[in-house]
Write a protein that binds this ligand. Structure first.
Ligand SMILES: [Fe+2]
Ligand SMILES: [Fe+2]
Length: 271
């Protein structure tokens, strides 16, 4: 089966390219499942119920989140009621949301999805290593295809998580830095790995925000509004092929859709 994992969807530009590209990508690549990290989908930080529905309508089958998960409180009700959206599993147990999700792919297979937060250069959280073990212990044994979004800042942490979970999940794919890394590989025991799949949003920016505003605040120390930028919008993600009998990955490749790809993706399928 073929899974597309889309990196941090940033604001309206990110949502719009998801909406325009995903149906065509599903067709063009024969995707069985689309998963996206949506922690920045609402104005660059957090997620709202209407944006959640917008992403699902666009063809996103499961949603992961990150350190900005609770920026918009409206999302609590979705985190409590919907079964295809997860909170980072190493947040406090009292926090709102589910630690893992089971979603049915287009080929009929069930896939487990969960996400974890890194500890290095991030706000303090519980151990992602223990949380990963706990989630893997809870998942039904017959669900062999398992996808992990490791939302972390440090590449060393990301590489460690890949090695820690190698052979136990189909893929460990990173998010949070908003910059795609060129290190995609299949680890020795069959786990697809990439430090960060990159951002889905405006690349003429500082990780999605207006360059002038971030620069002014950095140089002067004075606050500005870090509005979401608008130019050079790209959808960054990674496609993983998984042998659903074993849950091991067979191939991994990076995907970057630019605005110039949209006419092709939006044209009606050839007969
Ligand atoms: Fe992010
Ligand atoms: Fe983040």
């Amino acid at each position: 089966m073929r899974i597309l994992f889309i990196g941090d969807v940033v604001g309206k530009p990110g949502r719009k390219i998801v909406e325009r590209a995903v149906p065509g990508l599903v067709r063009e690549h024969g995707l069985d499942l689309v998963v996206a990290n949506a922690e920045n989908a609402a104005g660059g930080s957090g997620l709202t119920p209407s944006i959640y529905r917008e992403l699902v309508r666009a063809g996103v089958d499961a949603i992961t989140l990150g350190d900005h998960i609770y920026r918009r409180r409206e999302i609590y009700s979705v985190l409590e009621s919907e079964t295809n959206i997860v909170k980072p599993a190493n947040l406090p147990p009292e926090s709102v949301g589910r630690n893992w999700a089971l979603v049915t792919a287009r080929n009929g297979e069930r896939v487990a999805v969960f996400c974890l937060l890194g500890q290095l250069f991030m706000k303090p959280v519980n151990s992602p290593w223990q949380a990963a073990d706990r989630v893997l212990g809870e998942l039904p044994g017959d669900v062999r295809v398992r996808l992990v979004d490791f939302h972390a800042e440090a590449t060393s942490d990301m590489q460690l998580m890949g090695r820690y979970l190698d052979g136990r999940v189909a893929a460990v794919l990173g998010t949070h830095t908003h910059v795609p890394t060129a290190d995609e590989c299949i680890l020795p025991e069959g786990t697809a790995f990439q430090c960060d799949v990159g951002m889905t949003g405006p690349f003429e920016s500082i990780i999605g925000r207006r360059i002038d505003r971030v620069l002014a605040t950095t140089l002067t120390g004075l606050p500005t509004e870090f509005d979401v930028a608008t130019k050079d919008v790209r959808l960054c993600g990674t496609i993983v092929d998984v042998d659903s009998a074993t849950g091991r990955a067979t191939t991994i490749r990076r995907l970057c859709v630019t605005e110039s790809d949209l006419p092709r993706l939006q044209s009606p399928p050839a007969e």
